[in-house]
Design a protein around this ligand. Sequence first.
Ligand code: FES
Length: 120
Amino acid sequence: MQLDDEVCLCFHVSQRKILAHLEHERPKCASQLSECFSAGTGCHWCVPFLTELHRRWSSGESMELIDSPADYAQRRQAYKAARKQAAEAVALRGPLVQSGPDTPPRVDPETESQYDQGDE
Ligand code: FES
């Protein structure tokens, strides 16, 4: 990955911008990299990479990420597809829960026994 390749694809934040932010702002934790053009606050794919960049910067290690930009983008697409599939599964489950036959029984907090389900 080259300096001008994007680490955060959602907000087009390059590795160069991340490194400049690290040097100028000296964030104490990786989550503060979100202040660099909102890096990591979209799909969250890049968060582990931002965390690794912060860790390496903090310990003085090489900042070079191994991934090629094409592989990186392709793995992000797979990540986003999996997230979309999970969101759709949750959306499908929602109406089943809402259309269930009963609400859970109410419990008296003092006796912890169930209230009568009849009219009050
Ligand atoms: S790639 Fe960085 S938040 Fe999506």
